[in-house]
Design a protein around this ligand. Structure first.
Ligand SMILES: *Cc1c(COP(=O)(O)O)cnc(C)c1O
Length: 349
């Protein structure tokens, strides 16, 4: 740390992203990316925009947001686009947590980092022993609630009714539902939006649209909360989404068939991979995400992670109290998962 660094940030512990080795030597199942390329429409549209990089992008992200709003059945003043969903989550912590933030003890690792970065009081609500979310735990207090649904790294999803209950019981508290993985089988909160102006839904093109490297996230909420997010964005970085990414997002939204095919493939491969892992003695949660959360009663998770790595397969092992006996394994292609199962079979037998 230099002597110029702000002392109030001296304890800041940054988010630790999964490894991104450059080059294609590893089977990469560690950061929940899609194993499929983006839609050809997205690739073509982004390439076309590259020649116009001399011009700033549209700060209002008009075309993308019009199409997104149309597909979601909400007004175009109810959506907001961001540089990955991490950016809009940061805006929520910075500007929409007047009384602090409440989130689970085992959830997306960025929530505590943002709380620290912005000096937000964090109320940590433990998951139950089976990793399910106890909605009753969010009953006390006036902190802004952050729920990842499905949750990461557990993959467990809350039913829409549970979120409705929380929204109804807390009309003066913003409930942020992070739906990064919702395309893979959880119930969307979207139908609740017309009844509850305290709901803000966060989405991303990273996991289900194969655009992790493009950085495109969004929020869906009431008009006034979207105005608040714009107030922050226009005080920080008006051109937060670049031209190629805006075009890629439109291309991806136009190709509903491709999205549906990729999503269905991941769900099918997940089912087969969980069955094969259980066959090897692993205990897996009922994941509704594009990753599997698995533990083995007779094998140390860190040892499994390291041995897989030596064999050219990257999975995620999280050095946090409640997850350290588990591996988080991104659902890849059938071929990738077959290799994973073959290597694990060798290790275990
Ligand atoms: C991956 C992830 C995000 C962030 O994704 P972006 O690539 O920044 O859009 C947000 N929330 C959860 C729960 C995630 O797992």
């Amino acid at each position: 740390m230099s002597r110029f660094f702000n002392p109030s940030l001296s304890n800041l512990e940054p988010y630790m992203p999964g490894e991104q080795p450059q080059g294609q030597t590893f089977i990469k199942l560690n950061t929940n990316e899609s194993p499929f390329s983006p839609s050809p429409l997205a690739v073509k549209a982004a390439a076309h925009e590259a020649a116009r990089m001399n011009l700033y992008s549209d700060p209002a992200c008009r075309d993308l947001l019009a199409m997104l709003a149309d597909q979601l059945g909400v007004g175009s003043d109810q959506v907001f686009a961001s540089n990955g969903s991490d950016e809009v989550l940061a805006f929520c912590f910075q500007g929409l947590c007047p009384n602090g933030a409440a989130f689970a003890d085992l959830t997306y690792g960025f929530y505590p980092v943002f709380a620290q970065l912005y000096g937000i009081d964090a109320q940590v609500i433990p998951l139950r022993d089976d990793f399910s979310i106890d909605i009753a735990g969010y009953g006390a207090g006036n902190h802004t609630v952050f729920l990842a649904n499905p949750n990461a790294p557990t993959g467990l999803a809350l039913p829409r009714d549970a979120i409705a209950l929380l929204l109804r019981a807390n009309p003066n508290r913003l409930i942020v539902v992070d739906e990064a993985y919702v395309a893979f089988g959880a119930e969307r909160a979207l139908p609740l939006l017309s009844q509850y102006d305290n709901l803000l839904i966060i989405g991303t093109f990273s996991k289900s649209h194969g655009l992790a490297g493009a950085r495109l996230g969004y929020a869906i909420g009431s008009k006034t909360v979207i105005e608040d997010l714009n107030r922050i964005k226009f005080s920080f970085n008006p051109y937060n989404v670049n031209r190629m990414t805006l075009a890629a997002g439109i291309g991806a939204l136009q190709d509903q068939l491709y999205f549906e095919q990729c999503r269905q493939k991941i769900i099918a491969v997940r089912g087969r991979a969980i069955a094969a892992l259980r066959n090897l003695g692993f205990v897996c949660t009922d994941s509704k995400a594009n990753f599997i959360f698995a533990t083995h009663p007779n094998h140390n998770a860190n040892m499994l992670y390291l041995t897989l790595r030596e064999n050219g397969i990257l999975v995620r092992w999280l050095d946090v109290p409640r997850a350290k006996d588990y591996l988080r394994i991104t659902v890849g292609t059938d071929a990738q998962m077959e290799t994973l199962i073959a290597v694990l079979t060798d290790i275990i037998q």
